[in-house]
Design a protein around this ligand. Structure first.
Ligand SMILES: Cc1ncc(COP(=O)(O)O)c(C=O)c1O
Length: 386
């Protein structure tokens, strides 16, 4: 696979980006160009065969009966809440360690986000702390499989069942991740994916998908995503919106889905090298604790490590070596002006706040050359040896 990062000596080495989308296009370009040509020449660009086939393929891949393509992952979350009957003010418990689309979608659907603190060694919503957040207004739990690492779905679904709550998975970062034999996205009553370009399965624009095995949800979502129309194209039977995954994106994603497992394996291979060679360094890896994690497969969407006390220093050092890193997430949801009003009195988010000061994402994508991974490791070790 071609890669723009690799050069022979350190002096001439070009900037190593945390991720680079071009090598994947180059690798798949023959098939993608063919698919694009097919769609562009078909004259059918919205709600046609490519989407139908992709929905079938993706539903089968995740292990759900139905998949509905929509315009983005954010729309997927909002529409999933709507089809599940959210009412104004209904509370949706989710993680504070998540990106802004999650609460934005909850608010779009008329709900109220309630933020939960996370576990110290995973950045995942702490299932043990969800129960204390449940009130008579709580209707949904929205676990976020952050960085691709699946939440403890056994505990979450058991808790939801006990309190008659619905689980809607935010699986926007978890394409291909699993717990045992079950894929992330197959645990909730509904689940939502994003095909934003940087995702493990990413398009060349926006896109999203809702999955369910409930036929009535499927029927209603078909209407909700298309102005509430049924067969008659001029009548809305309910108040829907325009949110459809277009044929161009669907055709590209169909091609890429065939390679998703292979791409995820390539990510794992690189992550394993980082873990093995940095094992004795002060870096802390996220998913090492026993428990539900023993049977978890992560797609390594974002390779975050914890750097207690030296994160910013290491980041600056690597930047000087032309190695890009990122922080996910420097500001947590409960700290943002937009979402502060939803923090309850006396709520504390000590663990999430601690982690967000330590988290650093190292470069990782399927086409990142192994020689570049070794170079990054060398520079990290050099930082600690100073
Ligand atoms: C966890 C999570 N939820 C939701 C979304 C929203 O997806 P989109 O950007 O496709 O609207 C994203 C991605 O941006 C995400 O990472």
């Amino acid at each position: 696979m071609a890669n723009s990062c690799s050069q022979s000596t350190d002096n001439t080495r070009s900037y190593i980006r945390r991720h680079d989308l071009v090598p994947q296009y180059e690798y798949l370009s023959a098939e993608i160009n063919e698919a694009l040509k097919r769609v562009l020449g078909s004259g059918r660009y919205i709600l046609a065969d490519e989407l139908r086939y992709f929905e079938e393929d993706f539903a089968k891949y995740i292990g759900c009966d139905y998949a509905l393509g929509v315009a983005s992952g954010t729309d997927a979350l909002a529409l999933a809440l709507r089809v599940a009957g959210i009412q104004p003010g209904d509370e949706v418990i989710t993680s504070t360690y998540a990106p802004t689309p999650t609460p934005a979608a909850i608010l779009m659907a008329g709900g109220t986000p309630v933020f939960c603190d996370v576990e110290k060694d995973t950045c995942l919503m702490e299932s043990g702390r969800i129960e204390e957040l449940i009130t008579e207004k709580t209707r949904f739990i929205m676990p976020v499989h952050i960085f691709g690492l699946p939440c403890n779905m056994d505990e979450i679904t058991e808790l939801a069942g006990r309190h008659e709550l619905l689980v809607i998975e935010d699986a926007a970062q978890a394409h291909g991740s699993s717990i045992g034999e079950k894929k992330a996205g197959s645990f909730g009553t509904l689940s939502c994916f994003s095909f934003y370009p940087t995702k493990n399965l990413g398009g060349y624009g926006d896109g999203g998908m809702i999955l369910t095995s409930d036929y009535s949800y499927r029927e209603n979502l078909l209407q909700l995503r298309n102005y509430g129309k049924k067969d008659d194209p001029f009548t809305s039977y309910r108040q829907g919106i325009n949110s459809r995954l277009d044929e161009v994106q669907a055709a590209v994603l169909r091609v890429k889905l065939k390679y998703l497992d292979k791409m995820n394996q390539e990510r794992t291979r690189r992550a394993d090298i980082y873990k093995k060679e940095l094992e004795n360094s002060p870096l802390v890896f996220l998913n090492t604790r026993p428990g539900h994690l023993e049977s978890v497969y992560t797609n390594h969407h974002i390779f975050t490590v914890l750097c207690p006390g030296y994160r910013d220093e290491l980041r600056t050092y690597l930047e000087l070596q032309k190695i890009q890193t990122n922080i996910y997430y420097p500001t947590l949801l409960h700290q943002m002006p937009a979402y502060r009003p939803f923090v309850r009195e006396n709520q504390s988010f000590e663990t999430a706040e601690m982690l967000s000061k330590q988290a650093l994402a190292l470069p990782l994508y399927p086409e990142l050359e192994l020689e570049v991974v070794e170079y990054i490791i060398e520079k990290v070790l050099e930082f600690f040896a100073r």
